[in-house]
Design a protein around this ligand. Structure first.
Ligand code: FAD
Ligand code: PYC
Length: 415
């Protein structure tokens, strides 16, 4: 039978009408035991693990826009755990292990694809750093290997590993269990799983002020009225300093735009993820076929989710130097997110001096990979009112004691 376009369109809309919402739309209640501010992946994962592991608590997630509309829905989805220092490696590896069972755990296909991640080296010093990091990873039980330029060429034939480039590729680290996932599915999957455990997911609800008295959090003023809460977890990425200021706190965080762009879709030609901090670009190919490309932060501070054209230009040049095959590829879309960078390129997972008020932020350019792990340890921190052992080193106190964990070398993009 032949259908007109109009009939197909009408049938499509009709079918839509019978779809069930993935999670119920809720109005805010007058009071909760725990309110999570921020409906990105980390906030939703925190709410899910809290509801699952600490049953009986009345929990809400408040999101000023829509679920996953912040960095969670804007990132390039690279997941890996090859960090240098034990504290960070243990936290990210905890997360990677959760990724490996996540689709089954939350019963939502997050399309986690362990296609491996290469971090390229272009100088002798890069290669020494790579060897050091690979050795540290192996000692921590994390899969990692050093790959030389000839082997890279064998594995990724479209990459230019010749000596003719500005910064010839000398080798790489490789983590085989690393890969990519579907970012929206992570937000939706955690939202649905949390809602099934009784969490109220409340969108279009902006926190405007905090009600604090006698050193304790009492509730929040929001765009949808006052909400009482005895515990509040702020998981607001690039806006964490804004939330902290509402409580009279100052966080060691800078907010920067971080951009990415995707090409038109094409036949599959790249079955892994390649990153280079030296030429400054990274690339993967999505299951749809588009090239997903990004680079470093825009250097200035901003809350704008856009970014400057020269960063895109620089990134495209870096990628073309590595992959001349893409020189005629057209770019389809470009966007930015607001990332929350800390002085040591490590997150803050911490209680504060205000009783019942906690922050989970500072993931900067690399928090997508940490989404399940971060939610899991933050849920424990709130549920037990005691740091999870894996979160202990990421306490705010480290900026007073000086016990920083410098992970700039392992950050996916320079900042
Ligand atoms: P978000 O998803 O940003 O969620 C925070 C939420 O808080 C937002 O939805 C926001 O609307 C909400 N909010 C803010 N203020 C308020 C308020 N007052 N009231 C209520 N809600 C509020 N990481 C990787 O590991 N791998 C990558 O490949 C990678 N690539 C990236 C590429 C780009 C272009 C960008 C921008 C980031 C990238 N990242 C990557 C970093 C990663 O996206 C973030 O670290 C991570 O997604 C942070 O998640 P989140 O849930 O903490 O924050
Ligand atoms: O942390 O791996 C990472 C990353 C890649 C791109 C942006 N961040």
């Amino acid at each position: 039978m032949k259908y007109s376009w109009l009939e197909i369109l009408k049938a499509g809309f009709k079918q839509n009408q019978s779809w069930q919402p993935t999670w119920p739309t809720k109005d805010p209640a007058a009071a909760y035991d725990v309110v999570i501010v921020g409906g990105g992946g980390h906030g939703l994962a925190s709410a899910y693990y809290l509801a699952r592991d600490f049953p009986g608590k009345k929990i809400a997630v408040l999101e000023k826009g829509w679920i996953g509309g912040g960095n969670t829905g804007r990132n390039t989805t690279i997941v890996r755990s090859n960090y240098l220092w034990d504290e960070a490696a243990n936290l990210y590896e905890h997360s990677l292990k959760l990724w490996e069972g996540l689709t089954a755990d939350i019963n939502f296909n997050v399309m986690f694809s362990q296609r491996g991640v290469y971090n390229l080296g272009h100088t002798l010093q890069d290669m020494r750093d790579i060897e050091r990091r690979v050795n540290a990873n192996v000692l921590n039980g994390i899969d990692a290997e050093v790959v030389d330029a000839a082997e890279l060429k064998r594995r990724i034939p479209i990459m230019d590993t010749s000596k003719n480039t500005r910064y010839p590729v000398m080798g790489s680290s490789f983590q085989a269990r690393a890969g990519v996932a579907r970012h929206d599915a992570v937000a939706w999957g955690f939202a649905r799983a949390a809602a099934k455990h009784g969490v109220d997911i409340i969108q279009n609800c902006e926190v405007k002020a905090m009600d604090i008295s006698a050193g304790k959090i009492k509730g929040l003023d929001t765009s949808r009225g006052y909400i009482a809460a005895s515990q509040v977890g702020c998981v607001t990425a690039g806006h964490s300093s804004v939330l902290a200021a509402m409580a009279g706190l100052r966080l060691p965080i800078e907010s920067h735009p971080l951009q990415a762009f995707v090409s038109e879709p094409m036949k599959q030609v790249l079955n892994t993820v390649v990153m280079s901090n030296a030429v400054h670009g990274y690339i993967s190919q999505s299951d749809k076929g588009d090239l997903v490309i990004g680079a470093g932060i825009d250097p200035y501070l901003s809350y704008s989710q856009r970014g400057s054209p020269h960063v895109v230009d620089h990134t495209a040049a870096a990628i073309l130097e590595l992959f001349p095959i893409f020189s005629r590829t057209r770019v389809n879309r470009q966007w930015g997110g607001i990332v929350d960078t800390t002085p040591d390129a490590c997150p803050i997972i911490s209680p504060t001096k205000i009783q019942g008020l906690y922050f989970n932020c500072g993931w900067g350019t690399g928090g997508f990979k940490a989404t399940p792990g971060s939610g899991h340890v933050f849920a424990h921190t709130i549920g037990e009112d005691k740091q999870h052992p894996l979160a202990e080193p990421f306490h705010l106190d480290r900026f007073n004691t000086g016990a920083l964990i410098d992970e700039h070398g392992a950050a996916g993009v320079a900042h």
